[in-house]
Structure formats: C-alpha cells, structure tokens
Design a binder for this molecule. Structure first.
Ligand code: SF4
Length: 305
C-alpha cells in the first residue's frame, strides 16, 4: 500500500491515532485491512458503561440508582449496540465480572457525586463531536467534557477508567488531550445540526481518573480503609504556544501512520488486544505451540479462525 492509498483509506479520528500509538499492527488490522475483531473485552464495555452513566448524571439523572442503571447500560452495549454481534470476552465469568464491575461503578459514581465541584460546575459541552484542520488535514473525534468550574475557570476533561493511573507527565504529553484542547481553541463543535466555533483556550486540560473514587478495603501506608483511593483529577495547562507546537507533533505522527510498514509493538497492549490470535499466528518469532494456545482459547469460546 502506498502512502496515498493509506491516507485515502483512513479517517483521522482520535480513535485511529490512539490505535496507532498503542500498536501500529493493531492500527493496520483495524483501519487498513478492515478486519473486525473476533471478541470484545468486558473491560471495554465497562468503560463505555461508565461514560454513559456520567453522561446521564449530567442530563437530569443526578440521583440515579447506579446498580440498575449500570446493569441496563451493560445489557445495551452487550446486546443492542452496533457491535453486539461480536462476542464479549469475560475474565472470570459473565456473572462474576458484571458483579465486580457494578460494585466498582457504585463506588465511582457515588464518589463522583460526593465531589461538590462536580455538582457545582456548569457542563458546557459533554460527549461533543469536534472537527479541526491542522496543517491541511482534518481531524475528528468526540470530547468527553468541557465545564466551567465554580471559580469560573474552564476545564476540558477526558474520563479514564484504566487500571493504571497516568502521571502528570503522561497527561501533559497525551496526544488525545492535546488534540481536544487544540480543537476547543481552533476547531468546531457540533451542536444540534450546526457546527460552532467555541474559540476556548482552556484553563485546564485534565484527565478525570475514575478509579480514584474506589474505596480502600484495608489500611495501608497510602490510606485508611473506607477512604477513596485519591484525587481523581490530573490537571495540566496548555498555552497557545503549546498548542502551536502540537501542530508539528500531530503532523509527525501522521507521517508515521502513512508509512507502509506497521510493526508489532508487543507490549502490555497485547493482553487486551482483540487481534492477538491473528497477530501472534502471523508472527514468525512466536512458536506454533504458543499461537495454537491462543487459537485453542478462541475455540473454547466457540470462535474459530
Ligand atoms: S497482539 Fe500486540 S503486537 Fe499484535 S496487534 Fe495486538 S497489540 Fe499489536
């Protein structure tokens, strides 16, 4: 595939950039070869459900019953969404996983509601689509939220529910967050049927780390039993100069994406990857025995190559 062919085939969405940054091979399978994943991770569904609950909280359902709302939303993503034909890969069992996810979601949503700043802030945009042109290329995506805090500062945020809390340096360099901040200042948001230009230079560009609301189950040197795990907000600031520098960065990433060689970034990403079987069975450094183990697991799940 030539660079021109790759460019004509991909949309520059935050998700395609994120996939490329995670693993170029995964990006190739999903966005260039158009291969549909054979399984979905239960943790991915859990992340989607948490996003939905937080959206609903701010849209007239602040006092929701979290347990029943969680179960309904999970059933929607499992059985009625666009990807419901793809089987879900649970970790222990469906029942055990959903029970654990629900218990954690109750802690997270309760913690979110307890934080007065979350209730007192004005949500300006939530789950808003954006588009922005950078050095001649149009980038698109969806921003989790943009809010005005009680002290009138403007905060753009992205909810994260990963197991590992990002540190402030990772957040400062986060490509997605930089793209959102750039779009808020220089791009357009879709509101109803219209595209508007918000022209907002945010005071904070933040990751809202949801698992920080989980409750400690025992005393440790990090905190006491019954306390929340920590502060959910990891805040950074972006100046106009930072945003201008970001243009060059994103255009360099695009150049890498268009190279017709997508290497395997074997890493912890492989644990959650939906293409592990395909990838490892095509990988000359993985023995047939290891590749067939992955295929056996798929057979157990009733899925074959
Ligand atoms: S299994 Fe690992 S190396 Fe292969 S595509 Fe997935 S993330 Fe990349």
């Amino acid at each position: 595939m030539t660079r021109a062919e790759i460019r004509s085939q991909i949309r520059l969405r935050q998700s395609s950039i994120k996939d490329f940054m995670l693993c170029p091979k995964l990006f190739q399978y999903r966005h260039l070869d158009g291969i549909e994943a054979k399984t979905r991770s239960a943790k991915t569904l859990n992340g989607s459900v948490l996003h939905k609950l937080l959206y609903d909280l701010h849209n007239d359902d602040w006092d929701m019953d979290v347990k029943s709302a969680y179960l309904m939303a999970f059933a929607y993503y499992e059985y009625d969404s666009d990807e419901s034909h793809i089987p879900v890969r649970f970790y222990k069992s469906r029942e055990d996983d959903i029970r654990a996810f629900t218990a954690t979601a109750v802690e997270i949503v309760d913690g979110y509601r307890r934080r007065s700043e979350n209730k007192l802030s004005t949500m300006l945009f939530q789950e808003v689509q954006f588009r922005v042109r950078i050095l001649g290329e149009m980038y698109e995506g969806t921003i989790d939220g943009l809010r005005q805090l009680p002290d009138r500062k403007i905060e753009l945020f992205d909810f994260k529910s990963n197991a590992i809390r990002p540190n402030v340096h990772a957040v400062a360099a986060d490509i997605q967050l930089n793209l959102y901040s750039y779009a808020a200042r220089f791009g357009e948001f879709k509101v109803g049927d219209d595209w508007i230009k918000p022209r907002i230079l945010t005071d904070y560009s933040s990751i809202y780390y949801l698992p920080a609301h989980k409750i400690r189950k025992r005393n440790s040197k990090l905190g006491q039993k019954g306390e929340e795990m920590g502060n959910p907000l990891i805040r950074t600031t972006k100046s106009i100069e930072d945003l201008r520098a970001f243009r060059k960065e994103v255009s360099n990433i695009l150049k890498s994406m268009l190279r017709p060689w997508h290497y395997r970034n074997n890493s912890t990403a492989c644990v959650f990857c939906q293409y592990t079987d395909l990838c490892q069975s095509q990988n000359p450094v993985v023995s047939n025995r290891m590749a067939s183990k992955a295929n056996e697991l798929l057979a157990e799940l009733g899925i074959s190559n």
